[in-house]
Design a protein around this ligand. Sequence first.
Ligand SMILES: [Zn+2]
Length: 346
Amino acid sequence: MRKNSIFRFGLLAVLTFTAVVPANGQRRRGGPPAAPRLEDLPRRPMDTIATADPETKVIIFSNNTWEYYRPSLERMDDLPVYRNNWDTASVFSYRNIELNDLPSVIELRMIDSISQFCCPVQGKVLSKYGPRRRRSHNGIDVPMKVGEPVLAAFDGKVRYSRYNTGGFGNLVIIRHPNGLETWHAHLSKLNVEVGDYVKTGQVIGYVGATGRAYGPHLHFEVRYCDQSFDPEHLFDFEKGMLKYQTFALERSYFNIHSRASDELDEEEWEDQEIANTLLAEADDSTTIRAAQPKPAGSGPVYHIVRKGDILGRIALRYGTTITKICQLNGIDRNGILRLGQRLRVK
Ligand SMILES: [Zn+2]
C-alpha cells in the first residue's frame, strides 16, 4: 500500500535523523549551531499504534508528535457503546443495570487531541441539581432566550430526539463515546435525528420552553447508565469551560443530594427575588411573548398552581407582574401558594 510505504520512508528518515541530533535539541554553549526544533520539522504520519480502545489508534508523526485517530463514522456503529442498551424509544435504556452494578469510580476520558469540548449553552445556572420540594431536579437550568442554539458538548450519536410527554418537552439525548449521555430539554426546535452522529459544537436544537417549563431555559442533564449526577461536577456553565480532561466519576455522585458545590441551597433558589432577577436578565420582551401559554385575549386568564410554582415565574410566564397578580387575587406577595389554587393572572 502506498500509504504504508510513506510511513516506512518516514520512519527511516526519522531514524536516520535521530541518530545525528542530540535528544534535547538544545544549543550547547560554544558548540555547533542548534539543531532545528522538533516542532519546526516536517510532520509526516509514520506509524500507528493500537490503544486499549479497539477503535482508537495513535498516529506517530515524523517530528515526534502524536495524536489520536478514530475511523470513519460508519464504523462507529459497531462500537459497543452505540450498540448495547441502545433504546431510541425511551429516555432510559439501561434497564438491566442497577446503580450497585456500577464500579465505585468510573474513569471517563472527556477530551483528547481529536475530540474536544464545547459548552452546550453559556450562562448562569438558575436552578441547580438537587432535591426540589418533593421532586428531584436531575439537572441544571440555564435561562436563555428562545431560539438560542444548543450545542453538542462532545462528539456523539443521537439516541433520542423528539417531544417527550413526561415534562421534558422537546428532548435531545446524545450518547458520547465514553458512555456519558447529555440530555437537553424544553427545546423549541430539534435540529438532529435519532442515529445522527454529531460533532462537538454542532447545533442540536434551539432553546425553548416546551414541556414543564416556566420560562425559556435549557434544562441540561448528564447521565451514565441512566444515572444522573450534577453537571456542575464537569462543566462551568458561566465560563463555558470543562473542568477535567479525565473525570473520575464516583458512584456516590449518583445521588440527588450529591452536589458539586454548596454555593446556594434550595431555599435561596426558591427565593423570588433571585429567580426574578436572573430570569429578567436572561429574557427580553420577545421571549416573554414566546413563553406565554395562551395569546392575550380579552377575557380573564387563570393559572392553576402546580408544584414548584412561585409568583415571580408565574408572572414572567404570563407576561405580567407579581403586583398585578396580587391585586387581581387579593393575596399577599409573601403568602404561600396552595397546590391546585386558581390564580387569575390577567
Ligand atoms: Zn430543570
